[in-house]
Write a protein that binds this ligand. Sequence first.
Ligand code: NOJ
Length: 566
Amino acid sequence: MTLTMTGLGSEWWRSAVIYQIYPRSFADSTGDGIGDLPGITGRLDSLKTLGVDAIWLSPFFTSPQKDAGYDVADYCDVDPIFGTLADFDAMQKKAHDLGIRVIVDLVPNHSSDQHVWFQEALAAGEGSPERDHYMFREGKGPNGDLPPNNWESVFGGPAWTRVTRPDGTPGQWYLHLFDSSQPDLNWQSEWVRAQFRDVLRFWLDRGVDGFRVDVAHGLIKADGLPDYTPPETGGSMGGSGSGNVGLEPAISDHEAVTPPYWAQDGVHEIYRDWHTVLEEYEGERVLCAEAWVEPLTKLARWVRPDEMQQAFNFTYLETPWSATALKRVIDTSISSFATVGAPSTWVLSNHDVVRHASRLALTAENPQGAGIGPKSAGQPDRVVGLRRARAATSLMLGLPGSAYIYQGEELGLPEVIDLPDASRQDPTWFRTNGEKYGRDGCRVPIPWEAATPGYGFNTTGASWLPQPSDWDDYARDSQLDVPGSTLELYRTALALRSAHDLGLGALEWITDLGPAVVAFRNGAITVIANVGDVAIELPVGQVVLASGELDGASLPGDTTVWLLAQ
Ligand code: NOJ
């Protein structure tokens, strides 16, 4: 069977490899321990060398940084810790000069409690138009002492906080699906919709190529805000991350009961509206949904032709290292998105999940990790993890569609598990009283040069999260031009992917190589991933990429090769 994405158009985003920059951990030009925009500008050449088509920057906007910038206090300015708007312009110009597109992060579900809109809502008082910009409600119980419903924050604890009136008496409650410093905006309000059209235009006018849309499944809540108790999911980020509370386990085929705060039909008219805003601009601008929605057939609604262009495929990210599961999710992904004419996307790591060089070696008792620390069950083996990560990436980059790479994965970085408790900063850690480690372990500043302060992240060695002492071998300069290094594996895969146009290609399964093998042809390239632990005989062909050492004509377990048709 051939699963094709051809004939759907050739816009850049259908096949792009998009590199996620987490600004605070990428490169720090000031030496204060937090990465910044000039730091990014100074390192863009290395991304050209890597071979990516676009970068997506996590938020660098004005923010008290209670959730690492996903608590925005001004959507149209740069936080001083990251630089200035002029620094953004300079960074974007350099990227564009290098032929790299720029996607910024839009956070519409909630603002910071320090945003002037929220401060005005507090000051204006109950029943005012300003209060209607957020989700204020009266409490339950005789004195309104109980929250309006039983919803829980994704980060832990109740999703409601009560405000105090100027006279000191307790007042209304406001909804925050994430931290209490992140009040949810009221997307039933036309005023809110108008503000965000302006935000889109502000950045489009500045020349950005698109937006990654945070919590794109959460903007509309069910009428009446009914109580809801999510089922135990037992896996994934378990609520430590981006809002996948209450989802079915990965690769479920049926729709789970939809929580009243996720995936409500009303979100789609918002994205249809934004689609028309983007269409006012030249140059194939894009919207990419961060929507933890399953099954994939439902997620495909976010990328109908008049809505967004892409949606992150978190079902793929959460798929276990199993040939059966991988084949199934690839099939379902391509066919689900094809029904609406959209490409599938592929992703293995980001700033919310355990890095895949560690996650893929977690044991069954703790399959997704939900943030791992020294006391977590099922500690991963570093060698096994890296081996699988290299094989998994080599499989992913052979697939048709668009792929996302998270900074540092091209270096083979593992999760930092042994961060001292005192250094942890994720609100998940605080809101669960240390029960969940959260996401700091995948956010540690990345290493550029071995044997230098901060591994070249800056020149002072300061780092907002401590870097491990054994990262010299992961540093970029330890790997550049070194045959067999993870960086060279990524560079080779990206160069071949581009040369053979794999992103716009078609997938044809090869089924006769055994049950532990995922194999397919995509144009001139044949991808063979041995997901098991027993070596298999390699078919005849010219090996142009190998994720690990080959033993003659046999392909060891946890290894992927690409063969070029003769
Ligand atoms: C998803 C983002 O990726 C995550 O980092 C953030 O904490 C939540 N959304 C809330 O904005």
